[in-house]
Design a protein around this ligand. Structure first.
Ligand code: SAH
Length: 261
C-alpha cells in the first residue's frame, strides 16, 4: 500500500503522455495529494485525472507561465511539505531519468522531509512501443544507452562519442532535437556507419505524435524537417532497422514517415 502522510513528498512518474500508461500507484498518489507540482511534459490526459479539490501548480518550462528554475521548484516543494501538505511532484516519463530528481530528493532530505519515488514509463519505452520494436536484440543490440543531448546554455555538447558509437547498442537520445546535427556528426566521426538506422518519435504514446525513420547521416535534416514542437526522442541502432524495416523497405534511402498524425 502507498504510504502518504501529511508533510510527505512523492516524486511521481507521469509516463509519456497517454493517461493509460500511468501506474495505478501514481493515480492513487495523485488522488491522495493536496498539491501537485507538475512539469510541462506531463500529458493533459494525466492532468485531467487530478481531482478538482487538489491544488495544481505548474512549474514546467513550457507551462506558459514564467519558467521556474530548479532551486525555486525545490523550495516550493519543501515549503509545501513543511506546511503539512501531501505533495506530489509529477514529472513526465520516469522521475529518475533526466528529470532533476536528485536536487529535489536532496532538498527534501536536508529538511528531514520524507520523500519517495513512484516510477513511470520512460519516453524510450513508449517510443519503442509506438514503433513496434524491441530496444534490445539478442546478439545484435546487447546494450541500451540512455543519453541526454542537452547542453547547458552557452556550452557545446560534450559527449564521449567513442563510447557511444557502439554498433551493438541501441542509443536512446533524450532532448536531442536541437543537437541532432552534433549527435549525427559525433557518432559518424567515432566510426558508426552513416546508414545506421534511426527513428525519431515525437510525442510518443499520444495520438498527436508521429514516427519517422531515417539513417544516421540524414538525422539532422530529418530532425529539422520532420518534427513539430513536441518532445521527441531519437533511437539509433540496428534494433531500429531490424524491427521496423522489414515491414517497410529493404533499405532506407531517405526519411520515411511511418505515422504522421
Ligand atoms: N523523465 C523523462 C525525460 C525527461 S527529459 C522520461 O523518463 O521520459 C525530456 C525529454 O524526454 C524530451 O526532450 C524528449 O526527448 C523526451 N520525451 C519525453 N516525453 C516524450 C514523449 N512523449 N515522446 C517523445 N519523447 C519524449
Amino acid at each position: 500500500m502507498t504510504d502518504f502522510a501529511n508533510g510527505d513528498v512523492w516524486l511521481v512518474g507521469a509516463g509519456p503522455g497517454d493517461p493509460d500508461l500511468l501506474t495505478r500507484k501514481a493515480e492513487r498518489l495523485i488522488h491522495e495529494a493536496t498539491v501537485v507540482f507538475y512539469d510541462a511534459l506531463v500529458g493533459e490526459g494525466v492532468l485531467a485525472l487530478v481531482p478538482p479539490h487538489v491544488r495544481m501548480e505548474p512549474v514546467g518550462k513550457r507551462s506558459g507561465r514564467h519558467s521556474k528554475d530548479q532551486s525555486s521548484i525545490d523550495r516550493l516543494i519543501v515549503e509545501a511539505a513543511l506546511e503539512g501538505e501531501k505533495v506530489v511532484r509529477l514529472k513526465g516519463g520516469d522521475p529518475a531519468i533526466f528529470a532533476r530528481a536528485n536536487e529535489e530528493l536532496e532538498a527534501c532530505r536536508a529538511e528531514g522531509i520524507r520523500v519517495s519515488i513512484c516510477p513511470g514509463i520512460t519516453a524510450a519505452s513508449a517510443a519503442a512501443a509506438d514503433l513496434g520494436m524491441s530496444l534490445t536484440l539478442r546478439g545484435l543490440a546487447r546494450r541500451l544507452t540512455f543519453v541526454t543531448a542537452h547542453a547547458r546554455a552557452g556550452e557545446v555538447l560534450d559527449l564521449d562519442w567513442a563510447a557511444l558509437a557502439d554498433p551493438q547498442a541501441t542509443l536512446a537520445v533524450y532532448m536531442g532535437k536541437a543537437a541532432a546535427p552534433h549527435v549525427s556528426a559525433g557518432l559518424i566521426a567515432a566510426g558508426l556507419p552513416g546508414d545506421t538506422p534511426c527513428a525519431l518519435v515525437e510525442q510518443a504514446s499520444l495520438p498527436t505524435g508521429g514516427e519517422f525513420l531515417t539513417r544516421l547521416d540524414l538525422l539532422p535534416i530529418a530532425a529539422k524537417t520532420a518534427l513539430g514542437d513536441g518532445p521527441a526522442l531519437i533511437l539509433i541502432g540496428q534494433a531500429v532497422g531490424a524491427a521496423v524495416l522489414p515491414q517497410r523497405a529493404a533499405s532506407i534511402a531517405s526519411t520515411a514517415s511511418l505515422r504522421q498524425r
